[in-house]
Design a protein around this ligand. Structure first.
Ligand SMILES: *Cc1c(COP(=O)(O)O)cnc(C)c1O
Length: 467
């Protein structure tokens, strides 16, 4: 104790320095400790500059073409976000109006997904679709378990059916919550699951079938209506009621605005829960997903915890506890600010730009399209095998700042390497034009380099110096 007091006294001049404006370049003569907390702090502006400068090594989020998440929001909503960053959403007694707004959004989404009038839908904000999916599937696992107990049947291992094209959070759910995953492989000519493959895997311990509207691999929407028909039939024939959870992480904020006739949501009888990412086409920054149940009865009461906290008893159904209110309020802002017509206009722009980009890529004669553009997601592959790979093309494009991911499809199409561009609101026609030219140039450069390397070289006897 004494020694630290002495040190403080001796450090007064240092404290003054800390309070005066100092800039990092003029301040730091040595590197900062990277893996241990420094003994003393540093001036605010120097810290800011230091961290910001280091982040310049990161890519520019606007050029992150593979990402689904929002990278731009209006200044007015950014102000709202800043003002509410420190508000803990879980303190409902303290912030009742934020809770009210959360309920309004759940209602808006319930209606958006066509919950039937007579149903009492319910839902919650989550950190993203992953948490929403885990919670939704957990509810279906409990419904199965309760039914088995009620029917006095044994509790053997529950199983869940989904495609190899599902997001990794589905595999995580199966592992974390001990449910056997029955994974349907995809094929080179079919990038999503079909009803027949589901039928082959169903039994009385199937807690749920996962159907994806907008796979991350190709942007495909799976045939949810066909699968619903199958489950109706299974219920009639075998008496097994198996719900569908629709993973609409990206499509949930796309299809209702641009293709409202398509029946993929609560209009289908077995669709009992839906997740959507607010931070994808909901046009909010990362940190927000939504889970909606068609009816209260789809969420077993045992999973809701009533926490007596800071003056109120509040029901919670989330995996984590504290979170900022910021993105929930940002979602509300977007819904009010844009309305149906605003979302429709933005999504239509994205679709138009997706069409433009795909057409140009196909017309170049070098690429083949894998996505069908139901969503603004352009997935493509090389038209013919080359002696360079899409991974090399991705690296080459990085020289121009573009971050365009290359990856392999899941089984049984894992020998296909593809590239993906998610057309977000900020991807302008201008950017599409530049990107196309850059992709084609990069492709040709790689192609020419390879050709040159393959040509038999005549050994230059003169003018050849060893280096
Ligand atoms: C993005 C995505 C997820 C994961 O969502 P997060 O919001 O990132 O947690 C799950 N499924 C699909 C289909 C996705 O596109």
């Amino acid at each position: 104790m004494i020694s630290s007091r002495v040190k403080l006294d001796a450090d007064i001049s240092n404290t003054e320095e800390i309070l005066s404006p100092t800039y990092s370049l003029r301040y730091f003569t040595e590197g900062i400790p990277k893996y241990k907390i420094p003994d003393d702090g540093m001036p605010a502006n120097a810290t800011y500059q230091l961290v910001r400068d280091e982040l310049n090594l990161d890519g520019n989020a606007a050029f992150d073409l593979g990402s689904f998440t929002t990278t731009w929001m209006e200044p007015e909503v950014e102000k709202l976000i800043l003002e509410n960053l420190g508000k803990n959403f879980v303190d409902r007694f303290e912030y009742p109006q934020t809770t009210e707004i959360h309920q309004r959004i759940v209602n808006m989404l319930g209606h958006l997904f066509n919950a039937p009038e007579q149903a009492e839908f319910c839902g919650t904000a989550t950190i993203g679709s992953s948490e929403a999916i885990h919670l939704g599937l957990l509810a279906h696992k409990w419904t199965w378990k309760k039914r088995r107990i009620k029917e006095d049947k044994s509790l053997s291992t529950p199983n869940i059916i989904f495609g190899a094209d599902a997001h990794v959070c589905w595999d995580k759910f199966a592992k974390y919550f001990e449910v056997e995953p029955r994974i349907i492989p995809i094929e080179k000519n079919r990038f999503f699951i079909d009803a027949e493959s589901v039928r082959q895997r169903i039994d009385e311990n199937t807690i749920c079938v996962g159907v994806i509207m907008g796979t991350t691999f190709t942007g495909a929407c799976e045939p949810v209506k066909e699968i619903n028909d199958l489950l109706v039939q299974v219920a009639q024939e075998k008496g097994w009621y198996i719900p569908i959870h629709v993973d609409a992480a990206s499509a949930g904020f796309v299809l209702p605005f641009v293709n409202p006739e398509l029946e993929w949501d609560f209009r289908l009888s077995h669709v009992r829960s839906i997740n959507v990412s607010g931070h994808k086409f909901g046009l909010v920054y990362p940190g927000l997903g939504w889970l909606i149940f068609k009816d209260k009865s789809d969420l077993p009461g045992d999973l809701i915890f009533y926490v007596n906290y800071l003056g109120d008893t509040m029901p919670t159904f989330t995996l984590n506890f504290s979170r900022s209110s910021d993105m929930i309020l940002a979602q509300y802002y977007n819904l009010l600010r844009l309305g149906h017509s605003g979302y429709r206009r933005i999504i239509n722009n994205c679709l138009e730009n997706a069409k433009y980009l795909s057409n140009r890529l196909v017309e170049s004669g070098r690429f083949e399209l894998l996505s069908n553009l139901e969503l603004p997601i352009v997935t493509f592959k090389f038209k013919e095998a080359k002696d360079f790979t899409p991974f090399q093309l991705a690296r080459k494009l990085r020289e121009r700042g573009w971050m365009l991911p290359a990856y392999n499809l899941p089984n049984n199409a894992s020998d296909l390497t593809v590239m993906r561009v998610v057309i977000r609101e900020t991807f302008s026609r201008d950017m599409a034009e530049s990107l196309c030219s850059d992709i084609i140039n990069a492709y040709d450069t790689l192609d020419n380099t390879k050709k040159k390397q393959l040509q038999p070289t005549i050994s230059p006897r003169r003018g050849h110096y060893a280096t």
